[in-house]
Design a binder for this molecule. Structure first.
Ligand code: NOJ
Length: 757
């Protein structure tokens, strides 16, 4: 950092304060003028228009930073832009050496030396990987989720990264969409709590600490509702869904100081998010008082041309800036046109100043002006990467596993059990269980299923049965799935015949979910269903271990296979986590954060739907149903078994204080093992001015009980839980009758009612 510059910031604080008070009117006013605002104003005053626009520009990095050896044609130009202060942030650069070299260019060679932000998709860990976010969410364990994000921040910050593009807080109801793996599932209440935990994990208590990185809530807004689950598709939702389902997790993390928000690729009700003033200015910045900054998604500004919302890149820049998209990721729209647009009067300088203030504020908060190289400590990098926090990652991996079925208590397995057949290529895979979105990790570094399993019981024989992935498609990193080759079935079937028990490890390859991985078939991919049925014919004593990035439709398995364990993609510690659950060292405690459908035709399917006018069978044709499938899910939201049994009793409701309604229940561990349960509270208002969902999660608590131990838990319902957003976006609380349920899932529990006065 340029020392004389730092001194001069301090020198003009008082002048800046006056200027600030007069000029800071475009965005929301903060209640008090803090020292960072003063520094921001001081710096802003020195900046040329070109430099201001520079802070709004983000490029992806592809520099060979040990020497200027550009891999792409315009790298030279980008270097020039760094030197001229025309870049505010880079993404996809990591490593302290690389980051330092680039930071040095702007700090030492640009006129004002404003440090860069280095953004990266640290989605579920950096080098050491936690479960995919959907899996982690199944833990319903906010503390463990926060620790997992903290572990990710510690690693990412050690390799030079100071900004993660996470958490994705998009609510997801459609298992066809590949990005369901990246979020917290279908419920806005759970999603909000998890979003807050993850933001806190990344950002820490003090942003200026060297292990804190800024978080980014994405994708604002509606991206989880792409039509038919097809990636990048249109989003057209009603106001009730927008205000009550899509926006609450964003508001929750904004209220909890998330420093950046990413807009989205989709159009929302006809307006692309990047050009959406209603979302970015009216709601996010004005109504919610968000004082961080908005980053576009990758080239989403330029994509407004394809959407038919801007005629060219110049107009796209104008629309995006005016709508409140503060930083442009990879569209080249601002860097090429914003200066000109201001000069032509098409974009007010106040718009630019507002955006730049926001970006600078975050840089000051991170302490980058005090030490632009705070994330560039090569010694710390080595120590951190050599000593990853595998304990946090293993802990969350175990907690993410959901026991879907356990007929006749076939699980847990006996450690001395003889003759076990393990079947399925995923069992021996060290790569796929890492999950998608793992740019900072090394391929094939997961503890495989077999590696974990063999530590408990070496009396197994393995046959892969089929190759799930057989190569890459023309798209390079995508995976081609074996849809035809059954030649390895015979060996697996013979092995199953000779064994007392069969464990089948089946599911998706990790590159079948994630961005741009929408699917129209959501059963077991390839020939795995065939393999499962063939093995079942010779040995019914099967434990099915699922690995997948989305809810799968597996009705046949749910009916026939005695035990099913959902393990998602658990990351680095996969094999150890699964083995500890299979052998009962850890009693499974996960609950589904997203409904599992019976068939793809039910999608989108979610527990908190509205009633129809014809909700239930009346023995006639004209009611809301399918003629070829049940309307019920295969496994509902909030569902998950344990090796012990929890009994719910004694529901009591005290509604005497309408502002503080208490609902309690007693939960007893009636089995013979210690176990954790997630008690869930759901409400339903019978009649309201906008119809209410049949159930809405409004509280949960995870706790551990010893055998025969009981616990009474009490939930408090205030206006915060009992109200809803009307179709104008106003939060309203209406008196009336409520049903309430405390239970073990969204479908099973003790039901009562009360009247709110
Ligand atoms: C596009 C994705 O939609 C977004 O989530 C991600 O952060 C950016 N690419 C940057 O990689």
């Amino acid at each position: 950092m340029n020392n004389s510059l730092a001194k001069s910031y301090k020198g003009i604080l008082s002048v800046a304060l006056v200027i600030f008070c007069v000029s800071f009117s475009y965005s929301q006013k903060k209640s008090s003028v803090d020292s960072i605002q003063i520094k921001v104003e001081s710096l802003l005053k020195k900046m040329t228009l070109e430099e201001k626009v520079g802070q709004m520009n983000q490029y992806t990095g592809f520099w060979e930073v040990t020497g200027p050896a550009p891999k792409e044609g315009n790298a030279k130009l980008k270097y020039e832009h760094l030197r001229k202060g025309m870049v505010g942030s880079l993404l996809n650069v990591e490593g302290t050496t690389n980051v330092r070299k680039l930071q040095e260019i702007v700090v030492k060679e640009s006129r004002l030396g404003i440090p860069l932000l280095f953004g990266f998709d640290v989605i579920h860990g950096h080098k050491t990987l936690s479960p995919i976010p959907l899996g982690e969410s199944a833990s319903w364990d906010l503390d463990a989720i926060e620790k997992s994000a903290r572990a990710a921040a510690v690693e990412a910050s050690a390799v030079g990264i100071n900004w993660t593009f996470a958490p994705m807080v998009d609510i997801t109801r459609d298992a066809r969409w590949g990005r369901v793996m990246e979020g917290a599932g279908e419920d806005p209440y759970l999603g909000s709590k998890i979003g807050i935990a993850r933001v806190h994990g990344f950002q820490g208590d003090d942003l200026s600490a060297s292990t804190s990185i800024i978080a980014c809530a994405k994708h604002f807004a509606g991206y989880g509702f792409v039509e038919a689950g097809r990636e990048y598709n249109t989003v057209d939702v009603g106001t009730s869904t927008l205000y009550n389902i899509i926006l609450p997790p964003f508001k929750a993390v904004v209220d909890n100081n998330v420093r950046t928000v990413m807009n989205s690729f989709n159009v929302l009700n006809g307006i692309p998010s990047t050009g959406n003033k209603f979302l970015q200015r009216d709601i996010l910045k004005n109504k919610w008082h968000f004082d961080g900054f908005v980053i576009s998604d990758w080239a989403s500004g330029a994509e407004m041309i394809q959407h038919g919302f801007a005629k060219d890149l110049k107009q796209a820049a104008q629309i995006a800036a005016n709508a409140g998209s503060d930083m442009d990721m990879e569209s080249y729209a601002y860097v090429n046109y914003l200066k000109q647009l201001v000069e032509e009067g098409k974009v007010d300088i106040k718009v630019v100043d507002d955006a730049v203030r926001r970006v600078l504020r975050v840089k000051f908060e991170l302490g980058l002006f005090d030490n632009p190289y705070k994330y560039c400590d090569a010694k710390r990098e080595k120590e951190t990467i050599d000593h990853p926090n595998r304990a946090a990652v293993l802990d969350i991996a175990k907690k993410s596993i959901v026991l879907l079925k356990n007929e006749s208590n076939i699980l847990p397995l006996n450690k001395n059990q003889q003759s076990i057949a393990v079947i399925g290529s995923l069992a021996n895979d060290k790569n796929s269980p890492l999950g998608n979105w793992r740019l900072g990790s090394v391929d094939s570094t997961a503890v495989s299923f077999l590696e974990g399993f063999s530590k408990y019981n070496a009396n197994y024989k393995y046959a892969k049965g089929t190759n799930l992935a057989i190569g890459k498609t023309a798209f390079g990193s995508d995976i081609e799935i074996n849809e035809t080759d059954t030649s390895e079935f015979v060996e697996a079937i013979n092995l199953a015949k000779q064994s007392q028990m069969v464990i089948m490890v089946l599911g998706e390859h990790s590159h079948q979910s994630g961005e741009a991985r929408s699917r129209t078939k959501i059963g077991l991919p390839g020939v795995q269903q065939q393999l499962l049925e063939a093995v079942y014919k010779v040995n019914k004593n099967i434990v099915l271990v699922l690995m997948n990035g989305r809810p799968l439709a597996i009705p046949w398995a749910a009916e026939h296979i005695p035990a099913i364990l959902e393990t998602w993609e658990l990351g680095t510690e996969t094999g150890n986590a699964i083995a500890s659950v299979l052998f009962g060292d850890y009693n499974p405690s996960g609950k589904l954060p997203m409904t599992f459908p019976r068939s793809v035709g039910q999608c989108p399917i979610y527990y908190n739907h509205y009633n129809t006018g014809r909700p239930s069978p009346k023995g006639e044709v004209f009611w809301s149903h399918y003629i070829d499938e049940s309307v019920k899910p295969l496994y509902p939201f909030g569902y998950g078994l344990s090796y012990t049994k929890f009994e719910y009793s004694n529901l009591t409701i005290d509604s005497s204080n309408a502002k503080n309604i208490k609902v309690s229940a007693t939960i007893t561990n009636n089995g013979n093992r210690v176990g954790e349960e997630v008690a869930q509270l759901y409400i339903h208002q019978s009649v309201a001015s906008v119809v209410r969902p049949v159930k809405e999660l409004k509280g949960f608590e995870k706790f551990s009980l010893k055998p025969n131990e009981s616990k009474t838990i009490t939930f408090t319902l205030t206006d915060k839980e009992l109200g809803f957003y009307d179709n104008e976006g106003n939060y309203v609380v209406e008196p009336g009758d409520f049903d309430v349920m405390i239970g073990t899932s969204s479908q099973e529990g003790l039901v009562g009612s009360f009247t709110k006065k």
